[in-house]
Design a protein around this ligand. Structure first.
Ligand code: F6R
Length: 248
């Protein structure tokens, strides 16, 4: 996987936002929708901040952007502090001219017996648009991309999963205690992610050094879902120095 190393996370965020802005503008010129796969969490936060700045200061338009988020906790109310829907509204969607009907996020309020159908429809909606043009990813300490925890196969699709213990520990502060972190989530699968035409994975800080090294230099294995990116023809890793410090 090609790796780009930057001084710090702000530098990465500016570079990634610039690539996304360029793609959005190219697609607009071509008269095509730009289909973005989006992530939540601390890693992409400043990318969204930078995209909002480009919208406000340079007129970057999201009119033709269609978005699909990777995941959502289950169950989860959209208005809850920890919901990924709320995260996206607050960090990006409320500040740009994206059309609400073009925003897709897995629905954490769906009754359990309808989740499988909801997931199938999510996959179908992505396919109907010709697939994701650019997928943004963060990286969990378990090696998850989206919430594809250990054991997620290469062919996995959008589905309900059980969160890893480590992932729930990492989310504990957001939920004011590990016991309040949902045990499950709806996530795009590994195959959903690998179908994207381009993939940009970002990772920052020394907490991610070990899993970055496994992702790039370790075997391709369902034990580290991110390692499947080694087989993607157009995946790139954007790292700060700390996250890259274990690479040979
Ligand atoms: C979020 C997601 C997760 C996060 C990962 C890293 O939508 O899919 O894979 O990207 O857990 O989280 P942060 O960025 O908070 O370290």
């Amino acid at each position: 996987v090609p790796v780009k190393i930057f001084h710090d996370s702000d530098d990465v965020s500016r570079a990634v936002a610039a690539e996304m802005a360029q793609l959005i503008q190219e697609k607009e010129k071509a008269g095509q929708p730009c289909v973005l796969g989006l992530a939540t969490g601390s890693t992409p936060m400043h990318v969204y901040g930078e995209l909002v700045r480009l919208h406000k200061e340079q007129g970057l338009s999201f009119k033709h952007v269609v978005s699909f988020n990777l995941d959502e906790y289950f169950p989860m109310q959209p208005s809850a502090l920890q919901s990924y829907r709320r995260f996206m509204q607050e960090h990006l969607f409320d500040h740009v001219d994206i059309q609400p009907e073009n925003v897709h996020i897995p629905d954490g309020t769906i009754p359990l017996h309808q989740v499988a159908r909801h997931c199938e429809e999510y996959e179908a909606a992505i396919d109907a648009l010709g697939g994701i043009d650019l997928q943004l990813l963060g990286l969990g300490r378990t090696g998850h991309i989206g919430f594809n925890e250990k054991g997620s196969s290469r062919s996995s699709v959008t589905r309900l999963i059980t969160l890893d213990k480590v992932t729930r520990v990492d989310a504990a502060s957001d939920f004011f205690g590990e016991e309040h972190v949902p045990r499950r989530a709806i996530t795009m699968g590994v195959s959903t992610i690998l179908k994207a035409k381009r993939v940009v994975l970002m990772a920052f800080g020394e907490n991610k050094t070990s899993i970055v090294t496994q992702t790039v230099e370790g075997p391709v294995t369902a034990q580290v879902a991110a390692s499947f990116l080694q087989e993607h023809p157009a995946a790139q890793l954007f790292l700060d120095y700390a996250a890259a410090s274990g690479l040979t």
